[in-house]
Design a protein around this ligand. Structure first.
Ligand code: PLP
Length: 377
């Protein structure tokens, strides 16, 4: 069959059958369906029409065998980890994880008897020595939150295969547009669809994609765990995801331009963005990714005072947690996404109190640059 570009897949994949000729997928606002010859259909079982179409589309985008939408990114992450691991197992987890994932691994998973070693996913020479007889899985992020590291993703896939580990990646920051992680060989590629996949900051959702056996196993577990996505939220995510390519091109380009502008300013000590030549993994990111995402983080030479002043003077970015929407947002990870870590854990992860994370929206690029210029002045 002819392979189609992602722009076409976003619009048409999974939508071979029009319902009553409707051009848009109608919302089946019903929790359950009448018994017929097919298996019992129920929203928590993830097998209703709005879910099925999205599941098919998202699998195609990731180059995955299967996909499942979930009620949040954390439902996808916790559901996948609970599927890959059982009591007594050991997990290798990247040392800079989204705060919610870090919390889950450190508390709930630990209480269930799963041990974890946090590791440097960019130092392959250290990995073998971390393996234990009970090591079952390895977990990384495609671009880390909030320091935007791009670890040795190819090395992780090969290491997992060589040691029969389940490989899991949180691909929220890169998105399947920039990096189809399931196609790159990860067993599980997970998303907070709340961010770029939906892209409009009006839905909380998640996605589990990956190898068929693993996703089906996760689907079975999710029937018990819950955390399903309701039909109306499916409709919104469906509508949002169809413009992913258009939005990501704009996010990628604007964030890159803004990062270069900020990098040229004397007031700024460091800009974290994989598109910059100064980024330690720039070469890898350029080779593996279509673009570098709309995310960047900065540290001002003036520390917290200067950062707070800058934030109060900026007129376009909204001061709010989360990311990946059409509007620019800014937040200090120390008091939002990573507030659950202890100060020592944050320091070890390199997340300073005054680090400012910016989710660059799709506003006019020059307007954003001008806004930062006036705020810095
Ligand atoms: N993964 C990453 C990288 C995130 O930034 C977040 C939320 O900020 C999540 C997962 C969790 O997603 P959700 O809030 O949809 O549960």
């Amino acid at each position: 069959m002819m392979t189609r570009a992602i722009d076409t897949q976003l619009i048409h994949a999974g939508e071979e059958r029009r319902i009553e000729g409707a051009i848009r997928m109608p919302i089946f606002q019903t929790a359950m369906f009448e018994h017929d010859d097919s298996p019992l259909r129920y929203v928590r079982y993830n097998n209703t029409p709005n879910q099925i179409v999205l599941n098919r589309k998202l699998a195609v985008l990731e180059g995955a065998e299967e996909a499942l939408v979930t009620g949040s990114g954390m439902a996808a992450i916790s559901g996948a980890l609970l599927t890959a691991l059982k009591p007594g197992d050991h997990l290798l987890a990247q040392d800079t994880l989204y705060g919610g994932t870090h919390g889950f691994v450190r508390t709930l998973l630990a209480d269930l008897g799963v041990s974890v070693s946090f590791f440097d996913a960019d130092a392959p020479e250290t990995w073998n020595s971390l393996l234990q007889a009970n090591t079952r899985a390895v977990y990384v992020e495609s671009i880390t939150n909030p320091l935007l590291h791009v670890c040795d993703l190819e090395g992780i896939v090969a290491f997992a295969q060589a040691n029969k580990l389940v490989s899991l990646i949180d691909n929220t920051f890169a998105t399947p547009f920039n990096y189809p992680a399931a196609a790159a060989g990860f067993d599980f590629s997970l998303h907070s669809a709340t961010k770029y996949l939906n892209g409009h900051s009006d839905v909380v959702a998640g996605v589990i994609t990956g190898k068929g056996d693993w996703v089906r196993k996760a689907g079975k577990n999710l029937k018990q765990l819950g955390g399903s996505l309701d039909p109306h939220a499916c409709f919104l995510l469906h509508r949002g995801v169809q413009t992913l390519a258009l939005r990501m091109r704009q996010h990628n380009a604007t964030a890159h331009a803004l990062a270069e502008f900020l990098d040229s300013k004397d007031e700024i000590a460091w800009v974290y963005h994989p598109g910059l030549r100064s980024h330690p993994q720039h070469e890898r990111a350029s080779r593996l990714f279509e673009g570098f995402s709309g995310m960047l983080s900065i540290e001002l030479k003036g520390g917290l005072d200067a950062t707070e002043k800058l934030m109060s003077r900026l007129q376009i970015p909204v001061y709010a947690p989360s990311l990946g929407g059409i509007e620019s947002l800014m937040t200090r990870p120390a008091i939002s996404s990573h507030a659950g870590l202890t100060p020592e854990e944050r320091e070890a992860a390199g997340i300073r109190d005054f680090l400012l994370r910016i989710s660059v929206g799709i506003e006019d690029c020059q307007d954003l640059i001008d806004d930062f210029e006036q705020a810095l002045n």
